[in-house]
Structures are given as structure tokens and as C-alpha cells.
Write a protein of this length. Structure first.
Length: 295
């Protein structure tokens, strides 16, 4: 067992994980409801990360969020809008909803393949431009080579960079593990503990840019780790599922995983997020019982 897994006393049990997921899957229909769909809507990081994104397209998306309550007053706003770092200032300028955060992917997303000072400069510039939340990718070039110290130091450096820019303002740091490229449950668990120990406010499944993105199995392992980390340290770390979450029932599945492992106190936007580009309309459609294409 690795040092980190031994430290927290965690041994991923594939059979146990499969059994838990079977129970969750069997109960999804009973969990799904208008109330839960709306809750999931309020947990979304509404995301656009396209090569074709422009100032105009990002502004248009934010304007839809600004106007959302006019047409859907009974829904919450999404938790945030997530864009590439060069659009942070654009989003900040046109965001008229104080409860909606500006989220950016930074640190040379989605591969994290660059010099550390380049990653930190991008993070700093995004925060200075108005980002409330920063999603970075675990340095897999170090982690997969077994160099956990360097991978952890990069996360800690990102944390320090963010805290240095605006020490008086809480900027949320999410660390993407890219679980689809971590081929064993043990590696997912090890990456989870490493990110949390080095200052992550959230651990996140995926970039959405690889073949395998969020999976229920990875979510269970990550939530198990969050629970053990909290029991040992007293610090609550959030969970974000992202990549391939496109149906209302997908959202209910991840909601149920978080609820069953971490409990109701994690079922809020401070500790649970869904990274989405397609889910918003699906949740609206599920509640309205008709096809909705608002976003």
C-alpha cells in the first residue's frame, strides 16, 4: 500500500464499490424529482471550453445566465460559469449575478504540460482579471512517474499563488485528477489525498478532454477519500464531477453518490459541483416535461 493510502487507512475494494453503485442505480428513479433536478441545477459550473469561444460567445452565455430568473424564477442560478482564463475579465464585466462565480481553467489546462512559472503566471493573471474559482490539472507528468513530491508541490504553489494575489478574498482552488487516465482505484485515491493535502478546496474528476471522463466508480473513490480526509483533519473538501455528464439522471447519480457517502451537509454548492456544458437544458427539460433549449 502506498504511503498516502496507508496514512488514511484506505484500501479501495472493487467489489464493495460495485455493490454500492448497484444500490444507488436501483434507487435513482425514486430519488429523481423536480426538487432534486433544481438542486442539481444550482450545483452546476456551466461551462464553455471550446476552441471557437470568443468574447462575443462568452458574453452571450453570461447574458443568458443574467436573464435566467426572468423566465425561470423558481430555479436557482448555476453556481458558476466556467471559461478559459483569457475570458475571466469578459465574464466578470458582464456578470450581474453576485451569487454566480467566475470560474476559470488555468495552469495550462487541459494537460498541465508546461513550466511551473508559466502555469502560475496564468493563474495569477486570471485571478487578477476577476476569477473567483480556479480549476487546475494535477501534473500527471510527475504523478504517473511516481514523483508525488513534485506533483504535490505544484498544487501547493498554485494555492500559494492564489492566496498571495488577493489574501483578503477567498479564491476556490479545484484540482482535476483526470481519473480516466489513472488506471487503478489506488492511483485515484492517491491523487485525491495528494491534492487535498496540498490545499485543494475541491477535487474534480476530469477535464472533459480525454476519452474516459467522470465515472461513478471514480466518484465513489474520491468521496471515500474526502470523508477519510475530513475525519483525520477536520477540513471539508468539495467534490466536482465533470466530463460527460449530459443527462438529468447522470446528475441524480452523482448527487446520490455524494449523499450516500458524505451526507446532506455536502449537498450544496460550497462542497459539491457538476461541471457541465450540456446538462443545463436537460435539467430544465426534466422539470418542464418538454424539450427546453435555453442555453
Amino acid at each position: 500500500m502506498s504511503t498516502l493510502l496507508n496514512k488514511y487507512g484506505y484500501v479501495p475494494d472493487k467489489e464493495s464499490i460495485e455493490r454500492r453503485l448497484e444500490v444507488i442505480a436501483a434507487n435513482l428513479e425514486s430519488v429523481a424529482s423536480e426538487t432534486i433536478y433544481k438542486e442539481c441545477f444550482g450545483l452546476m459550473d456551466l461551462t464553455t471550453l471550446k476552441t471557437t469561444d470568443t468574447n462575443e460567445s462568452v458574453t452571450k452565455l453570461m447574458e443568458k445566465v443574467n436573464a435566467f430568473k426572468v423566465e425561470y424564477p423558481d430555479f436557482p442560478y448555476p453556481a458558476s460559469v466556467c471559461v478559459y482564463p483569457n475570458f475571466a475579465a469578459v465574464l466578470r464585466e458582464c456578470c450581474h449575478c453576485p451569487e454566480v462565480h467566475v470560474t476559470v481553467t488555468a495552469g495550462c489546462f487541459p494537460t498541465s504540460q508546461s513550466f511551473l512559472d508559466v502555469k502560475l503566471l496564468e493563474i495569477e493573471k486570471a485571478v487578477r482579471a476577476g476569477a473567483d474559482e480556479v480549476d487546475i490539472v494535477l501534473a500527471l507528468n510527475s504523478f504517473l512517474a511516481g514523483d508525488l513530491e513534485t506533483a504535490g508541490q505544484e498544487i501547493a504553489a498554485a494555492r500559494s499563488c492564489i492566496d498571495h494575489v488577493f489574501p483578503e478574498r477567498k479564491i476556490i482552488l479545484k484540482v482535476i485528477l483526470e481519473t480516466g487516465l489513472l488506471v487503478t482505484p489506488e492511483l485515484i485515491a492517491e491523487a485525491s489525498f495528494l491534492a487535498m493535502e496540498n490545499g485543494a478546496d475541491f477535487i474534480k474528476t476530469s477535464t472533459g478532454k480525454v476519452e474516459v471522463n467522470a465515472t461513478p466508480t471514480a466518484a465513489v473513490i474520491m468521496c471515500d477519500c474526502i470523508k477519510l480526509f475530513y475525519e483525520k483533519t477536520g477540513r471539508k473538501v468539495g467534490f466536482k464531477a465533470a466530463g460527460g455528464i449530459s443527462s438529468a439522471m447522470d446528475a441524480v447519480c452523482y448527487y446520490s453518490i455524494v449523499s450516500s457517502i458524505l451526507g446532506k451537509e455536502w449537498l450544496n454548492k460550497d462542497l459539491f459541483r457538476l461541471g457541465v456544458s450540456r446538462l443545463a437544458n436537460q435539467l430544465l427539460s426534466a422539470v418542464e416535461q418538454k424539450t427546453v433549449s435555453f442555453f
